[in-house]
Design a protein around this ligand. Structure first.
Ligand SMILES: [Zn+2]
Length: 284
């Protein structure tokens, strides 16, 4: 179906939390050390593109985390993204801004929001993204309209809904699936002890993630699934009912350095393989 694949490198990035210069540093270090160029960047939420204080007021986060950070430089074009970047929303976004564009838009030069549910083809790869996180008590209902955001809690805007999962399932076979939170049951039991020891508070490996993200993985059958949210790197391969394997990449946040990014090579035959990680240090 999509057989016009291009021979390129691309990157996927975990939570940015407004630290766009840190993200760019990490990616440019890879370009410099490998002598290769990235064609595009995919980012999986908690990007935090706040334009100004009014946007910050529509983010769900404790006061100490409400900071404007780097995006105003890019919005006002004092700085420019060196590559096109596509992102989905996480649970710490200025949804008063992003929900004006539920089907996605270019929010500033070279920087594209995929929308609440979105799909596009890049270099021949079909990419599907779903913004937000799962919350059982809100899943079956529509979110309030963005025009009413001042009358609701910001928490009412951070979730995805049943209707959006159904919409995403409609995209059918997919090459890359972008999610903010982890799919359920992706942690291999042999990794359980190490995973649980590294949790910031008590956690159980088999309770991580949500069933609807898992459903998307099994139904859309992507070659690659990327998620973030837990600020923790984890990689696994999941065997699908078709017998194919899906690569799962859960990434850390950019403030923790190289664990926040992964670089992939796409071949002309459509094969997606991870480029061997090189030592990359954050300079900030
Ligand atoms: Zn998150």
């Amino acid at each position: 179906m999509f057989n016009n694949y291009q021979d390129i490198f691309f990157a996927v990035v975990g939570d940015v939390h407004g630290y766009i210069y840190t993200m760019i540093d990490l990616l440019q270090q890879w370009e410099n050390s490998s002598n290769q160029q990235l064609a595009f960047i995919l980012q999986v939420g908690d990007f935090e593109p706040h334009r100004h204080e009014a946007d910050l007021a529509t983010m769900d986060a404790p006061t100490k985390y409400r900071k404007l950070a780097d995006f105003p430089d890019f919005y006002e074009q004092r700085a420019i993204f060196p590559w096109p970047i596509w992102f989905i929303g996480g649970n710490h976004e200025p949804y008063g801004f992003l929900d004006q564009f539920n089907t996605g838009t270019e929010i500033t030069h070279n920087c594209y929001y995929l929308g609440r549910v979105g799909s596009l083809v890049l270099a021949g790869l079909k990419v599907v993204g779903v913004s937000g996180i799962y919350q059982e008590e809100k899943f079956h209902f529509d979110r309030p309209k963005v025009s009413q955001i001042s009358s609701y809690s910001n928490k009412d805007y951070i979730i995805f809904t049943e209707a959006e999962i159904i919409q995403a399932l409609g995209y059918k076979s997919t090459d890359i699936l972008l999610l903010h939170d982890w799919p359920a049951n992706i942690i291999n039991p042999v990794d359980a002890e190490e995973f649980e020891q590294q949790c910031r508070s008590r956690c159980y490996y088999d309770l991580v993630g949500n069933e609807y993200a898992k459903m998307l993985v099994y139904e859309l059958k992507p070659k690659l699934v990327v998620c973030s949210h837990l600020h923790k790197i984890y990689r696994n391969k999941i065997s699908l009912t078709s017998g194919n394997l899906t690569d799962i990449f859960c990434l850390a946040n950019v403030q923790s350095g190289a664990d926040a990014i992964a670089i992939f090579h796409l071949s002309k035959t459509g094969k997606v393989t991870e480029f061997t990680q090189r030592k990359i240090e954050s300079r900030r």
